[in-house]
Write a protein that binds this ligand. Structure first.
Ligand SMILES: Nc1ncnc2c1ncn2[C@@H]1O[C@H](COP(=O)(O)OP(=O)(O)OP(=O)(O)O)[C@@H](O)[C@H]1O
Ligand SMILES: [Mg+2]
Length: 358
């Protein structure tokens, strides 16, 4: 097990592209840390620098306090699991899992003991004599995990390990990885652009955008108190609704609205954006009404209904109770609940206000 520190880490590729910009991060011993962000934001680059597969342009990487910035991958004692399982096709599962240990000249009895143990943890005991082509994607990914487990590394790095699996299997493997972490207690860094994986697996989540860390927080804090508009829009599905407008001290005046919304006293004055989570909007009686809106699309999901409409000219979505009978074209009074709304300054930073809904 290991604590990992990234200090002022920078990656500039030979073509001049700045993929990671001054990254500072402390990963605790035994922590499950998730790196999340849109395609190209520098997640894999960060992971590959930690593994030693990519050289850092600037900064330092410490594993258990030891500077490994210049160390070869093998010296770092870290296992990496990729999206494409990269199993050896001509070897059985047992041979695939044992291969790395044989290379390191472990005693045969110890190799077999570790392989059997990993196979039991992952539930692939019955597959040990099969070849990769004789297995499903989920089984192959389990074997790839097994190959990492038998090494008993200081930390596991995962780069979108589930993105080749179908939706149902993804959910299943997600819970298996959570169980694996609980059982092994080993430090894990997990890259994904799936925010459900990020929210459910991470002790903490690092949200990245364009090579920069936007926020590092526990999943619920990230959802409740996004540091800026990027995080607010990235975490949460459907995404947070945004209404541009002006704060006037006592109220918020959305662009395109006839009247200001009295959202509290002691507000700042100036341009701002109001962010509204889909669940902070509702049509039940007794809520302060924002506006009457015409429903555009109604999606019945079974456990909830998503209603799409325009509010002051902005496309918005509300998460509503499934039992409501709603249809497109219907006009409904849209109410605002006391929580789930946020103000952002023009630069995108969250405005910290006493009145802010939580
Ligand atoms: N070898 C390379 N040379 C130059 N630029 C690169 C190289 N590898 C990656 N990049 C660029 O660096 C940026 C970060 O890439 P990276 O692979 O880390 O993104 P990512 O967050 O993992 O994205 P994805 O979700 O698509 O996997 C991207 O803009 C990418 O085009
Ligand atoms: Mg990547």
């Amino acid at each position: 097990m290991a604590a990992i520190q990234l200090q002022q880490l920078v990656k500039r590729y030979p073509n001049g592209h700045l993929a990671v910009q001054t990254l500072d991060l402390e990963i605790r011993d035994g922590e499950f840390l998730v790196l999340v962000g849109p395609s190209g934001c520098g997640k894999s680059t960060t992971l590959r620098m930690i593994a030693g597969l990519e050289e850092a342009s600037e900064g330092r990487i410490l594993i258990d306090g030891k500077d490994v910035t210049q160390a070869a991958p093998a010296e770092r004692d870290i296992a990496m699991v990729f999206q494409n399982y990269a199993l050896y096709p001509h070897m059985s599962v047992r041979e695939n899992m044992a291969f790395g240990l044989r290379m390191r000249k472990l005693a045969e009895a110890e190799i077999q003991r570790r392989v059997d143990e990993a196979a039991a943890i992952l539930g692939v005991e019955d597959l040990l004599d099969r070849r990769p082509r004789e297995m499903s994607g989920g089984q192959r990914q389990r074997v790839a995990l097994g190959r990492a487990i038998v090494r008993q590394p200081k930390a596991f790095l995962f780069d979108e390990p589930l993105s080749n699996l179908d939706a149902k299997l993804r959910v299943h493997m997600r819970t298996e990885i959570a169980r694996l972490h609980r059982r092994l207690g080993t430090t894990m860094i997990y890259v994904t652009h799936d925010q459900v994986e990020a929210m459910t697996l991470g002790d903490r989540i690092v949200v990245m955008n364009q090579g920069r860390v936007q926020q590092v927080e526990t999943p619920m804090e990230l959802y409740r108190r996004p540091a800026n508009r990027f995080v607010a829009g990235f975490i949460g599905s459907p995404a947070m609704n945004v209404l541009p407008g002006r704060l006037t001290g006592q109220a918020f005046h959305p662009e395109g609205a006839h009247e200001a919304l009295p959202l509290g006293a002691g507000l700042p004055v100036g341009s701002a954006t109001l962010g509204l989570r889909p669940e902070s909007l509702d049509i039940q009686a007794g809520l302060p009404v924002l506006a009457e809106v015409e429903l555009d699309v109604v999606e019945r999901m079974g456990h909830e209904t998503l209603a799409y409409f325009h509010l002051f000219g902005q496309a918005c979505v509300a998460r509503l109770a499934p039992e409501l009978s709603l249809r497109p074209g219907q006009r409904v009074p849209l109410g605002l609940k006391a929580s789930g709304w946020h103000f952002f300054a023009q630069e995108g930073e969250q405005l910290r206000l006493n009145q802010e809904g939580q």
